[in-house]
Design a protein around this ligand. Structure first.
Ligand SMILES: NC(=[NH2+])NCCC[C@H](N)C(=O)O
Length: 390
């Protein structure tokens, strides 16, 4: 599942960039070309590509469903009553399902509406910012609002307001799109205070997941989803890995990804000099509770959880103190495995790519000048729906 970047990207300004979690403003026509190339690479290698914008349009075909979605989107954008709320709802209700979806991604500007008689709330609004409903420029990172784990999904309460409304779109797709409705279990929904994002959720096998404790995912949320997985699925092991809480490494998959049964990419900066990182292994405990053990030797933990005698950790940028952080910044660790030992990566991370090939990995490179400005790579830009049992 992908989202083709649209005009929401052009609705980023220098003033809103930081709040919208971007470091620069991508040039949209090239970003779209790069994205189409990425989608075609997946198709050429046997993947069916579906788009959130199409799934959401289908999910919102029914007028009553659409009206409920509009009310909830407007409320989560900060308007529960009053003239602005009413004008937004009226404006969005007049749109076709396709245009509504586009508008939700692109945002609604103050001057899209005709605000007639103002009330106190409306006159006291921040008129310096042209948007009433912000654009969702991070939507092309479809990895994060939800995560597929076994036969179900985690529909995520996201961390920053800039992204929270994205997972409501997932909620409606799962509930009302005929391809999904009634067929997908939800391990944890988005109605929680503690947050979790898909970039932190890594499925390692049919019974093991790794989850980052990060800027975006709290230990609370991990315990909570572990409890649900242990009670309702075949998953019996959750490895919680602690990573630095910063923008360059906002999710576990920016510093650590699985690319084969026994091979992983890892950014050397998350490991101590002797290769350790704090991690906790969660298991089912008594009475539906969760028990956990603290470890630091991630290799040993992975060996045991996956039943392997060796684990190959491949360092981003070959571990060089300049190359590794540079390539990590442009998602050199964010590899998308499309089969064991076969990955899609950004072409700009040529040191990491060469090293992957030396380790026997088949690497498909995709273009990355504009897409990378959003701080996400091929893994972030894709959400698997069905994984073959291999
Ligand atoms: N799975 C990922 N690593 N996603 C990257 C998301 C980047 C996006 N700008 C954000 O800050 O949310």
């Amino acid at each position: 599942m992908l989202h083709r970047p649209g005009h929401e990207i052009e609705n980023i300004t220098p003033d809103s960039m930081e709040r919208l979690l971007f470091d620069d403003i991508p040039y949209l026509p090239i970003a779209q070309e790069e994205h189409d190339f990425f989608a075609q690479t997946l198709r050429d290698n046997g993947t069916e590509v579906i788009y959130t914008e199409d799934l959401a349009t289908e999910a919102l075909a029914d007028e009553a469903v659409r009206n409920e979605f509009i009310e909830r989107q407007v409320a989560e954008a900060g308007f529960v009553a009053g003239v602005t709320h009413d004008a937004l709802v009226e404006y969005l209700k007049a749109l076709t399902p396709r245009d509504l979806v586009t508008r939700i991604y692109e945002g609604v500007r103050r001057d899209d509406l005709e605000l007639k008689a103002l009330d106190l709330a409306a006159v006291s609004e921040n008129t310096a910012w042209p948007f009433l409903m912000d654009p969702l420029p991070n939507a092309y990172f479809t990895r994060d609002p939800q995560a597929s784990i076994g036969e179900g999904m985690s529909v995520n309460k996201m961390t920053f307001p800039a992204r929270q409304r994205e997972s409501m779109i997932t909620e409606y797709i799962l509930k009302y799109n005929p391809r999904f409705a009634g067929r997908v279990k939800v391990w944890r929904d988005r109605n929680h205070a503690s947050h979790i994002e898909g970039g932190d959720e890594l499925v390692l096998s049919d019974h093991v997941v790794a989850i980052g404790i990060s800027q975006r995912t709290t230990a609370d949320a991990i315990q909570d989803i572990a409890k649900s997985l242990f009670a309702n699925s075949d998953y019996d092991t959750v490895i919680a890995i602690s990573i630095p809480h910063n923008h360059a490494m906002m999710h576990l998959d920016t510093v650590f990804t699985m690319i084969n049964y026994d091979q992983f990419t890892v950014h050397p900066d998350i490991l101590t000099e002797d290769g350790k990182v704090d991690n906790w292994v969660l298991y089912p405990g008594k009475d539906g509770e969760v028990t956990f053990e603290h470890h630091t030797d991630i290799k040993e933990v992975l060996k045991k959880a996956l039943g392997k005698s060796e684990i190959d950790l491949i360092p981003t940028g070959n571990g060089d103190p300049i190359v590794a952080p540079r390539e990590q910044w442009n998602d050199g660790s964010n590899t998308l495995a499309i089969a064991p030992g076969e990955v899609v990566t950004y072409n700009r991370n040529y040191v990491s790519n060469a090293l992957l090939r030396e380790h026997g990995i088949l690497v498909h490179e995709v273009r990355s000048s504009e897409l990378s400005r959003g701080r996400g790579g091929p893994r972030c830009m894709s959400c698997p729906i069905v994984r073959e049992d291999i």
